[in-house]
Design a protein around this ligand. Structure first.
Ligand SMILES: [Zn+2]
Length: 339
């Protein structure tokens, strides 16, 4: 009788553990989503968008300095560079940066970090944001706090959240590649370079979650910053579109604005950030964006104007979207033609 009791207790303990271990339980996802904080976003962005980084022009010393700060954070969090790479850099040669239009850009680098999947490590979920901006003009520094300092620090916090989860035994089933791309402002060069020189086969790359400008509000949303533009999610995969809507409803509750997803929208934002270099290869991609404001590509795109509550929720939405893509049973279906 006693033996059975002990066995029963052991079984009970085991089943509790497996319930607790459910990667997709609301409590688990919420716990790690909440490790992303506005205090840390602010701490990082205050540095990334400081004058010291000289506006992070592609290939400049200021950009490299910002890159070193990011890498130092990854090292401190014990987040490694990807398997198969020799360090945190993917070199993007000047010859490539100047091939389409010679702007005399020097060599630059994409920066990557990696959380290896536990069950399907060969399947890759990319989370991207560009860390270059437009540098200095007439002695003024264009700090690009929103463009795309906001996406840059979101990636750092998202990476940390995945890593904390992994440390606790909740590592993602698929691998997560954090990709800080360069040369965006000159024509999406860094992401194009990655897509032509991928570290992991594009056929095994299941999605790109791209973040570019999520820290401010635009004129149509003057009354509330509780929104995000969602662009591209439904172009290649009905799964991806559904995931964004469902995870948002469950965890974040932002107003999802699909205005710029309209195929006829004259702004053509779908073609204007780094996810496009994944989407054009048939990889389901979503672009999170909070719109254009009066300081867009002006010296006034400063850290003081960032709305931290909004940046936090939008970063969290990107995280829960990526979490679901990485941890769901099936890979995202590609059932649309990309148009
Ligand atoms: Zn940008």
């Amino acid at each position: 009788m006693r033996k059975y009791l002990i066995l029963g207790a052991a079984l009970l303990a085991l089943s509790c553990k497996s319930t607790k271990g459910d990667l997709n339980s609301e409590a688990t996802v919420t716990k790690y989503m909440n490790t992303i904080t506005s205090a840390e976003l602010k701490k990082h962005l205050t540095i990334i968008a400081s004058d010291e980084m000289e506006g992070r022009e592609t290939g400049s010393e200021g950009q490299k300095k910002a890159g070193r700060y990011m890498i130092d954070q990854y090292k401190a969090d014990k987040i490694s560079f990807p398997k198969g790479a020799s360090d945190y850099y993917q070199k993007v040669p000047a010859a490539f940066l100047n091939a389409k239009r010679n702007e005399g850009l020097p060599d630059s680098e994409n920066i990557w970090a990696f959380i290896e999947g536990t069950e399907k490590p060969d399947e890759i979920v990319v989370i991207s944001a560009h860390y270059d901006h437009i540098g200095m003009k007439n002695g003024q520094v264009y700090n690009g706090a929103d463009d795309d300092g906001s996406g840059t620090v979101a990636l750092m916090e998202i990476a940390q959240a995945f890593q904390k989860a992994k440390k606790d035994g909740y590592g993602p089933k698929r691998s997560v590649l954090i990709l800080h791309v360069t040369g965006e402002e000159h024509g999406l060069h860094g992401s194009r370079y990655y897509s032509e020189n991928p570290l992991f086969p594009l056929a095994k790359t299941v999605a790109d979650v791209n973040i570019d400008m999520i820290g401010r509000r635009d004129e149509p949303h003057a009354k509330s910053n509780n929104y995000i533009y969602v662009i591209g999610a439904d172009r290649l995969s009905s799964d991806l579109d559904k995931i964004v809507r469902e995870t948002n409803e469950k965890f974040v509750k932002l107003d999802l604005d699909f205005k710029f997803n309209d195929r006829n929208d004259p702004n053509r934002f779908y073609n204007r950030s780094d996810h496009y270099n994944f989407a054009k290869h048939g990889i389901p991609s979503v672009f999170f964006f909070s719109g254009v404001h009066e300081d867009y590509h002006k010296p006034g795109d400063e850290v003081e104007k960032i709305e931290w509550d909004a940046l936090l929720k939008r970063s969290q939405l990107a995280f829960v979207t990526a979490w679901e893509i990485a941890n769901r049973t099936d890979r995202l279906v590609v059932d649309k033609d990309g148009k």
